[in-house]
Design a protein around this ligand. Structure first.
Ligand code: ADP
Length: 458
């Protein structure tokens, strides 16, 4: 039902339901207590009256004589249960028979019945015992129409009060629910207005209540979305730019080479340039593809037990050749066999990316050192170089895609700007992390920590 799709109406309906139930319970209790008290006090007044009458009763010449009030309902029955004297409103003696029999048996008792003209009446009967074992029954009565009228009026008052309370509570409930939920409308409206192109907008947070906190949470979510969109946009722009430059170089080079007859050496030089640029493009595309597949969760990891010491030693030979080419000293210090659970190819890639950087950004006669230790259940691999270092303000960004401190230098050295982003992804997908410490002009240390394989006893 559409009506109940609104929280405002649902809240009001629940609130009304609670009020109606409470009203019923309290009105019922009040009505019951009033009715009980009125009847109780009527019975009490009948008993008092009987005590008064009994004090004045005498038995003279076969008749019971007493001082009754005019129009007071009184009946005297003899020991046979026959009505012998009757005062006030008439009650059919047949209706009173059980009462009279009880009194003759010595029991005082009450009865509610009707007069002959159909008026409700409450009767009280007691036995009268005179000398010589003469027995009579005194029945005293009072019309209960007064009580019934009072109860009727009370019911009427309860009904009017109840209906008024329900109507007022309903209106009040709707008003309150509208007031309380007004910020929700505001949040919904703003959220609807925020489009993909307008993610810089935020919802106004007015109060520090539940809805205020909801708005703050949504604002946080929008901020994260905005950041993600911006990153995506930046990434696409950077990727296009990164691919356009080598393409432009290849195109210019080929156009120039074809513009007139060239010597073989000139053709060779052009082809070398084109080959270099296409190798660069291929590297960029390969890394982009890796990141895209990882983002989509389509780059599966093949976990196996790997000894990091063996892995680092196996890397050393190829890295050493690179280092020698540049006149850089390369050393490893991996005293322990440390087993981690990981993807061999990916972990190799991680260390290669960092080591290639270390050699790329270290000048001749510098050194690169790999140390493997363990700490708190983790294998810690530190790759330290004595290279150019990274200025502090760039440190928080170097793991971002295509972020380079010195673009021209990186490109000239064959850097693509994706190496550290890939290394970070690989470390995190192994439950590890990469940290960096650097001093400009002195060198940089990358610290890769990966959880050690859990031994079966731990
Ligand atoms: P690139 O392909 O340009 O090396 P990376 O993602 O591997 O891209 O590195 C990002 C940037 O971080 C590099 O461009 C460089 O400016 C800086 N960087 C990375 N490693 C080092 C290092 N060992 N010494 C100095 N700068 C580094």
């Amino acid at each position: 039902m559409r009506f109940f799709k609104s929280i405002r109406t649902r809240l009001t309906a629940w609130y009304l339901l609670v009020i109606v139930v409470l009203l019923f319970v309290f009105s019922g209790a009040a009505y019951f207590m009033l009715s009980f008290n009125l009847r109780q006090s009527l019975d009490n007044s009948l008993m008092t009256r009987v005590v008064q009458l009994r004090a004045s009763i005498q038995f003279e010449q076969g008749r019971v004589v007493f001082a009754g009030q005019p129009n007071e309902l009184m009946q005297i029955y003899n020991s046979n249960g026959t009505l012998v004297q009757n005062f006030g409103p008439d009650v059919d003696s047949a209706n009173v028979q059980t009462l009279v029999n009880d009194a003759l048996a010595g029991e005082n008792s009450f009865l509610t019945t009707v007069t002959t003209d159909n008026q409700p009446v409450r009767l009280y009967a007691i036995p009268l015992l005179f000398p010589f074992n003469i027995r009579f029954v005194l029945v005293v009565g009072q019309l209960t129409s007064g009580i019934l009228t009072t109860l009727h009026t009370f019911r009427y008052v309860l009904l009017i009060a109840g209906v008024s309370v329900i109507v007022l509570a309903g209106a009040g409930g709707l008003f309150l629910a509208s007031r309380v939920l007004k910020p929700v409308q505001h949040i919904t409206k703003t959220a609807q207005e925020i489009g993909e192109s307008d993610l810089s907008r935020r919802i106004d947070v007015k109060n520090d209540d539940e809805l205020g906190r909801l708005a703050t949470t949504l604002n946080g979510m929008i901020a994260r979305l905005e950041e993600a969109f911006n990153r995506q946009r930046q990434f696409t722009a950077d990727a296009s730019h990164e691919l356009r430059t080598p393409l432009a170089i290849m195109q210019a080079e080929s156009t120039l080479a074809l513009s007139k007859e060239r010597t073989e050496a000139e053709y060779r030089k052009s082809l070398e340039t084109i080959s270099q640029e296409s190798a660069y493009m291929s590297a960029v595309i390969g890394k982009l593809l890796f990141l895209a597949r990882s983002d989509a969760g389509k780059e599966p990891l093949h976990f196996e037990d790997i000894d990091l010491k063996d892995l680092i030693i196996s890397l050393s030979s190829s890295v050493e050749a690179l280092a020698q080419d540049k006149g850089i000293k390369f050393a490893t210090d991996a005293p322990e066999n440390l087993i981690v659970t990981g993807d061999k190819v990916k972990l190799r890639q991680l260390f290669i990316n960092i080591l290639e950087n270390a050699i790329r950004y270290t000048l001749q006669d510098g050194s690169v050192m790999v140390t493997l230790t363990q700490k708190e259940g983790r294998a810690i691999t530190a790759i330290t170089d004595t290279g150019i270092g990274i200025p502090e303000e760039h440190l928080p960004h170097i793991f971002e895609r295509f972020y380079r401190v010195d673009k021209a230098r990186s490109r000239a050295e064959g850097g693509v700007g994706l190496g550290l982003a890939i290394a970070k992804y690989i470390a995190e997908s192994h439950g590890g992390k990469i940290e960096v410490e650097s001093t400009v002009g002195k060198g940089t240390t990358f610290i890769v920590s990966i959880p050690l394989k859990k031994s079966p006893t731990s």
